[in-house]
Design a protein around this ligand. Structure first.
Ligand SMILES: Nc1ncnc2c1ncn2[C@@H]1O[C@H](COP(=O)(O)OP(=O)(O)O)[C@@H](O)[C@H]1O
Ligand SMILES: [Mg+2]
Length: 351
């Protein structure tokens, strides 16, 4: 820990975000102090990502105020990044055709005098500072354990490593606070465990952390404090123990259908049976295969994951250098990756 005295890093007060008639975030207060890892949980559609978008200048909250280290944040994401808040996205946003190292350099450009394009095109003006940036980027890759893949194209990384690379890119802007939106989505238990260690290490560098996750074990292991959003409102905030044992939190989660729920299996069986009836020439073996596929849905998950990763984000979205239009964001979130409660492994196959 590099900080000795506690300071309020993030102070969000009365944040409300309305989309037409829908209030996605309702009067939410949240603080994050230096040295803290704070968790934000809640069922799908609770408003967690929208809240992050309000904190990072992607959305201008309908009401409320967000302060970073005492100063009200400007409503532009590149200015928020420059102020000291970095983030990762629920749906990964990397430059797929750039190398791992280049992706980190893009994240670094808010801290260098040279612009983004000068950094990427290696204009002649780029000399000493480039070397320093590269060194810093390599250090970050070492920190997240991807230095051996510095020259690989981002799109060739397995899914779990792409998530790590996003974290490295966010760290490259030298943030005082990092916001992680479902950092372990699509990861296997080992990768999730490693991500937990990584987040502790980030905190130990003196960077405060606010993390959205569905994986309860992950959240309760990791976080000093946890807030739960339900239908846009903060239902409860407290220690892991307090939130874990709150029956309203349990109810909020149990009320939400989850992937692999019995109904899903039933539906898959019905679909398979229908397919067999409609196409009587299809042999029994084929029907069985279909049923298996429908239940486990690995093909679907993989397709979605690769769709996500081949979607080249625009330069600005990736670096937080410009406002993304809400419409854009919604479109991407709709094409969202598999539910985070799923343990389906999508890396490797997503190549
Ligand atoms: N740009 C937008 N326009 C309209 N509705 C939106 C937009 N972004 C999010 N929403 C809606 O706000 C609600 C909260 O969504 P979101 O913040 O993505 O939830 P979570 O991240 O907790 O799953 C959802 O009903 C979603 O459809
Ligand atoms: Mg979300």
């Amino acid at each position: 820990m590099t900080t000795t005295t506690t300071e309020t890093v993030l102070d969000a007060r009365g944040v409300t975000m309305r989309f037409g008639g829908l209030t996605a975030v309702k009067n939410v207060d949240l603080t994050v102090n230096s040295g803290e890892i704070v968790g934000l949980i809640g069922p799908n559609g609770a408003g967690k990502t929208t809240f992050f978008n309000c904190l990072t200048g992607l959305y201008i909250p309908t009401e409320g105020e967000v302060r970073y280290k005492g100063t009200v944040l400007p409503p532009k994401s590149f200015k928020v990044t420059a102020a000291g808040i970095a983030r990762t996205f629920q749906n990964i946003r990397l430059f797929n055709n750039m190398t791992v190292l280049e992706n980190v350099l893009v994240g670094r450009h808010t801290r260098t005098k040279e612009g983004l394009w000068s950094a990427l095109l290696r204009l002649p003006s780029f000399g000493k500072e480039e070397a320093a940036s590269r060194e810093k980027a390599m250090e970050l890759l070492e920190f997240i354990g991807l230095d051996h893949k510095a020259e690989h194209l981002a799109r060739n990384l397995p899914y779990g490593e792409q998530r790590k690379l996003e974290i490295a890119r966010a760290l490259a802007s030298d943030p005082g606070l990092i916001l992680l939106d479902e950092p372990t989505a699509g990861m296997n238990p080992q990768e999730t465990r490693a991500t937990e260690e990584l987040i502790f290490a980030i905190r130990d560098k003196g960077i405060a952390v606010l993390v959205i996750e569905h994986d309860m074990r992950f959240i309760f292991n990791l976080c000093d404090r946890v807030a739960c959003l339900v239908q846009g409102e903060k239902l409860i905030e407290g220690s892991a123990g307090e939130v874990q044992s709150d029956e309203r939190v349990v109810a909020a989660y149990l009320g939400e259908p989850f992937e692999g729920a019995p109904e899903d299996e039933d539906a898959a069986a019905v679909t398979a049976a229908e397919a067999a009836t409609v196409a009587p020439e299809a042999d029994a073996a084929e029907a069985t295969t279909e049923a298996d596929t429908a239940e486990a849905t690995p093909a679907e998950a993989t397709a979605e994951a690769s769709e996500e990763t081949t979607d080249a984000p625009d330069a600005e979205a990736a670096t937080g250098a410009e406002e993304a239009t809400p419409a854009e964001d919604t479109a991407e979130d709709t094409a969202e990756a598999p539910s985070t409660t799923s343990t389906t492994r999508t890396d490797g196959e997503a190549k």
